[in-house]
Design a binder for this molecule. Sequence first.
Ligand SMILES: [Ca+2]
Ligand SMILES: [Ca+2]
Length: 407
Amino acid sequence: MKLNTASVVTISAVLALVAGNTQAAGERIAQSTAAASDLRNGVLPKITLPDDFKIELFAIAPNARHLAVSPKGTVWIGTRSDRVWQATDKDGDKIADMVEQFAPQVNFKVSNGVCLSKDGSLYVAEHNRVMRFFDAETYMQSDQPKAEPLIKLGELTPRSEQSYGHNARVCKIGPDDKIYISLGQPYNVSPAKKLDLYKETGIGGIIRLNRFDGSEREVVAQGIRNSVGHDFNPKDGSLWFTDNQVDGMGDDIPPGELNKAPKMGMWYGFPHYGGGDTRTNEYKGQAIPKEDLERYVAPQIETVAHAADLGMTFYTGEQFPKAYQNAIFSAQHGSWNRSTPVGARVMVTYLDDNGDAIKMEPFAEGWLNAAGRYLGRPVDVAQYIDGSILVSDDKAGAVYRIYYSGK
Ligand SMILES: [Ca+2]
Ligand SMILES: [Ca+2]
């Protein structure tokens, strides 16, 4: 595909376009702090892992959310605020020694989703815009990185559907080299009058589009409540995603979900189903439209209710034992609306030879203590360059690295 150079603009031009604020220099985050020591000495020793796995602090990064890792090891860290962090390890000890604000000239809003293409473009999926940074790693030290909106402000979703809830977008580049973006719907249970608009625009779903010019936008999955994590199985190219399910139905229903898209254009049940086969109170007793039911796909895994399954990645590294090859690592952020909290852990899901899920089990846990207090809340998992995994935590404001020390 050809790059449309005519549309490439410098950051200063983007400023004019999107009315951002100028900042002389980006913020830097101190790494050798008391908070870092507390995490190293007070929290990480409490995290339990399978034999011979170890966890250490990779970076302090306030509000750390979704992660993108370059082949050279630069790590971009989205947040739900107005920052994207860029973490680099210059001395090669696999601990970031520089965490600084990425593209300080750009005025981000809920810059949660970050994803990197093979040709080095970093995409930042904000609440209602998607920015593209060309050759982000080369230009990161430049005063004039090349950037453009892939989707202009206010055009990711209709402005009327902007909301405080479920506004954290995530993105990944698919095997078809298109960008896939999930769009959480704003409600606990969407009202019927919104469903046509949501189907058309991909709200409560996942969209994909040409990552060079934003054309060819299409909705590839519908009937999703709030997916904040997706990835592609490198073996068969299938799209997998987590989905957070309905609140207020009790402690133990409905289940959260890990889903697989057998093909594009399927329907995953919401809002008729509130998670798994649990009917929502709002739609209970109503017939599910035939065109939806015919495309319905049940979850591959039903997860514990309200644990908030978020970011996920397929593991393709060689560092971990064979059992983890092509397994899915995913983060449970932890519940906010359950009598006894659950979650705040990293899960692993194993797949069979047909590429279907066998089971999901805890991989790293201990961020939720016996008193029900959160010591941290995992958000995303990404593979690092040495085959270890990085885990972000938006409560502690940190990124951890989990590696295998066995033979
Ligand atoms: Ca270092
Ligand atoms: Ca579902």
